[in-house]
Write a protein that binds this ligand. Sequence first.
Ligand SMILES: Cc1cc2nc3c(=O)[nH]c(=O)nc-3n(C[C@H](O)[C@H](O)[C@H](O)COP(=O)(O)OP(=O)(O)OC[C@H]3O[C@@H](n4cnc5c(N)ncnc54)[C@H](O)[C@@H]3O)c2cc1C
Length: 372
Amino acid sequence: MGLVYDVAIIGGGVIGGSIAFQLAKRGKKVIVLEKGRLAEQASGAAAGMLAAQGELEKETGPLFKLAVQSRAMFPHLAEELRELSGIDISLINRGMLKIATSQEQVHELKEVMTCQLQAGQEAEWLTGEQVRAREPGLSEVILGAMYIPNDGQVLAPELSLAFLKSAAVLGAELREYTEVKSLLVERGEVKGVVTHGETIRSEQVVVATGAWSGSWLGQGNEPATVYPVKGECLSVLTTRPLLRTTVFSHGCYLVPKRGGRLVIGATMKEHTYDRKVSIEGISTLMERAKRLLPAIAEAEFEKAWAGTRPQTRDGLPILGEHPEWKGVYLAAGHYRNGILLSPVTGVVIADLMEGKDVGGIKPFQAARGLTV
Ligand SMILES: Cc1cc2nc3c(=O)[nH]c(=O)nc-3n(C[C@H](O)[C@H](O)[C@H](O)COP(=O)(O)OP(=O)(O)OC[C@H]3O[C@@H](n4cnc5c(N)ncnc54)[C@H](O)[C@@H]3O)c2cc1C
């Protein structure tokens, strides 16, 4: 018999990486199995915004609480990961401007702001003039913005690799080009996983397969069904930074990275695993970006890419033990916020696997909505 691991993690994205890191820190013998290359799917494509308030505007429920908790973990995590892996995740805390370009959006955003202030979060309303005083490159189409000081950003591929490398430094084994075909079930119990050519034995299994998680969830768990949503992005380079703060609107966001790089995202197309970059997608993003930040027209095009977000029917991620298989844990469906939610996901799943009582995660169980 080959090696026996404490935990086999299926999927080498930011979620599998964060869980591997937490488990390795707790002394577990972990193996991460990735069908392609590490962090090359959604986690390598993300813009890296930590938009707890910017993205989850209509929420102050359990997902919002989880997101705020996860956002607060980044400053310490950035240091810890740099120390272990040598990778700088480039945490930038210069806030986010959630902009309005119509009176209707002004009204909506002010309501969102009131709600978030009541939930104990920080936010400030800026008029169009105040927005341009802060960011002189932004155009007159912006009528006002909710300024969110605590929504920062990181480099998503670096974060994913930093989790994985730190886990490896702490003893985890990472295997690329290793697709898991099924669970290893013996006498009704899960004993590991089966790849193309190998049986890997482990005490517990984690499914962190992003947009490919649908077939792992078990029958009849409709609200938690995972499906793919394609997103395209591009980046440009400028000699002089055009923005300091992230600018977020529904059809387009602009995320200023270090070194005069600006990431522009993102398109949305449901139910496709296609990762081709389309002229339609990129030209739409470019037009929207120019409308908000006219000087971007002079910037140098760097590159464009696409990734596959893991969405669920009810929009909540899936976190918890498999409804049918004991010892198998699910961590998937993080949709547009997997980078933001990765630190807390790692801790929650590691705690559950150790049998700890984790409060507030019932809404994220795979079998939600089915029990009375
Ligand atoms: C364009 C775009 C922009 C985004 N921007 C942001 C953002 O600004 N902020 C934010 O928080 N989030 C953002 N996201 C969302 C974020 O990227 C995802 O929520 C997150 O990366 C999901 O991580 P994951 O590890 O679950 O999935 P993935 O990164 O897709 O990883 C899953 C891995 O599992 C592997 N796998 C699947 N099946 C198997 C198998 N059978 N055996 C072995 N391996 C398998 C896959 O190859 C893959 O590498 C964005 C996403 C996109 C596409």
